[in-house]
Design a protein around this ligand. Structure first.
Ligand SMILES: Cc1cc2nc3c(=O)[nH]c(=O)nc-3n(C[C@H](O)[C@H](O)[C@H](O)COP(=O)(O)OP(=O)(O)OC[C@H]3O[C@@H](n4cnc5c(N)ncnc54)[C@H](O)[C@@H]3O)c2cc1C
Length: 380
């Protein structure tokens, strides 16, 4: 699927071609294996690092490729066009941006090159069994000792949880201080006896993605590893960085809508019923005409979001609009496409069925859509 986005140019098109080859060669052939084992192979991270995908928009001085958000948008789009939902590069990029924008110089130099190369895989751990939308209710604590911080508590639904080497953990450094007592802690998983990964959770879709429970029992975090070097700034840091995550979800959602339309056009142009191609029936044509219109509106909106990200003027409200509206549309469109596939649309060997089970969570993670509406409503 080619787009004529205003932010595209020749250099980005060449990058898109390279990413597409990577997706076709290194991801698509392994999707079934990864779904069965519930995680991708570590080698994929190294290969993606070599191609510059893991730090596409991270400055070269920190080991990245020195590109812009447009490069990352191309990566996310191409992964969606290839039907990928296993490779947790999205979460990895989110953590890189926390480090880039909120980390100390020492933290950036220590971790960004290793994340950009794929030597380290990143995760972000906010949600807990008792607190998801309401992050103020988290119970994980980080207690300062002369040897470092000691983390106690648990997290759940953590993407990349099984493979992660570096986890940005939301914890209370001062439980009595409410939102001001929350800090983001950079936890290294290697040789950390107090840290344990629980099971890889059995999900409805996105089965190739290692979504895990994590447990901290006096887990160690170095004294230098409070993000930004100062306790108590966690909530402010979260509020600043969440728009990046939500815009990414919008970018992936639009690409998924475009893919669903393409797949359904191909199918309805081949399949016959009552002596006619499905595409020749007025209902099919009207449904697809509606989807094409909605896909175009979504594309125009996300292109503007990408341009706003590039110009540094994306805000929380607009990112929340992109996240809820596009993920809702994605689920509706994919459901309509499944209907046009008939019984084949319910068979997992057909990509549209896979898209159906993979799409649903888009309305839940990254902040539930109801929370997005709360944020937008506050701006009325
Ligand atoms: C596949 C997957 C991957 C994930 N990856 C990560 C990850 O990498 N890191 C991480 O930290 N978390 C992750 N999550 C967790 C995700 O962010 C949370 O599930 C989400 O924020 C919702 O929190 P919750 O599940 O606790 O639901 P709850 O907070 O219990 O909310 C349940 C529902 O209640 C409603 N609701 C809640 N509050 C309000 C309100 N104020 N107004 C109106 N309605 C409301 C909403 O409909 C919401 O969907 C992941 C989740 C999934 C399923």
């Amino acid at each position: 699927m080619e787009t004529t986005s205003p932010w595209m140019n020749e250099e980005l098109q060449a990058f898109r071609d390279a990413v597409r080859r990577f997706v076709e060669g290194e991801i698509v052939p392994h999707q079934e294996t990864w779904r069965k084992q519930q995680h991708v192979d570590r080698g994929l991270w190294r290969k993606a690092g070599e191609l510059g995908l893991l730090g596409a928009d991270i400055p070269e001085e920190y080991g990245g490729a020195g590109g812009s958000f447009a490069h990352m948008a191309v990566v996310f789009e191409e992964l969606s066009y290839g039907g990928d939902t296993a490779f947790g590069i999205h979460v990895h990029a989110i953590v890189e941006h926390y480090l880039l924008n909120q980390g100390t110089e020492e933290q950036k130099r220590k971790y960004l090159p290793r994340l950009a190369s794929g030597e380290m895989i990143a995760a972000i751990a906010m949600s807990e069994p008792g607190a998801g939308s309401d992050l103020k209710g988290i119970r994980t604590t980080a207690r300062k000792t002369p040897e470092g911080y000691r983390l106690n508590g648990s997290k759940t639904f953590i993407s990349n949880g099984y493979l992660a080497d570096l986890i940005l953990v939301v914890a209370k450094t001062d439980p009595a201080a409410g939102a001001k007592g929350v800090s983001l802690m950079l936890l290294e998983t290697k040789d950390n006896p107090g840290f344990r990964v629980g099971r890889i959770l059995e999900k409805v879709g996105q089965k190739g993605q290692d979504t895990c429970e994590l447990f901290f029992d006096e887990a160690h975090v170095a004294l230098d590893n409070v993000l930004g070097g100062e306790e108590g700034r966690g909530f402010a840091q979260l509020m600043t960085e969440l728009p990046y995550e939500r815009t990414i979800l919008g970018v992936c959602g639009v690409a998924a809508i475009e893919r669903a339309l393409r797949l359904t056009l191909e199918h309805t142009r081949e399949r016959k019923a009552f002596g006619q191609l499905l595409i020749e029936m007025q209902n099919t044509r009207f449904v697809l005409a509606e989807i094409k219109t909605e896909a175009t509106i979504a594309r125009v909106f996300i292109d503007r979001c990408i341009e706003d990200m590039l110009a540094g003027r994306m805000d929380t409200v607009q990112a929340s609009m992109a996240k809820w509206w596009i993920s809702d549309l994605q689920c509706k469109v994919v459901d309509q496409c499944v209907q046009l596939f008939g019984g084949y649309g319910y068979m997992l060997e057909y990509p549209i069925a896979q898209m159906y089970v993979d799409a649903r969570v888009q309305r839940i993670y990254g902040g539930a859509n109801e929370i997005m509406k709360e944020i937008i409503a506050r701006s009325l």
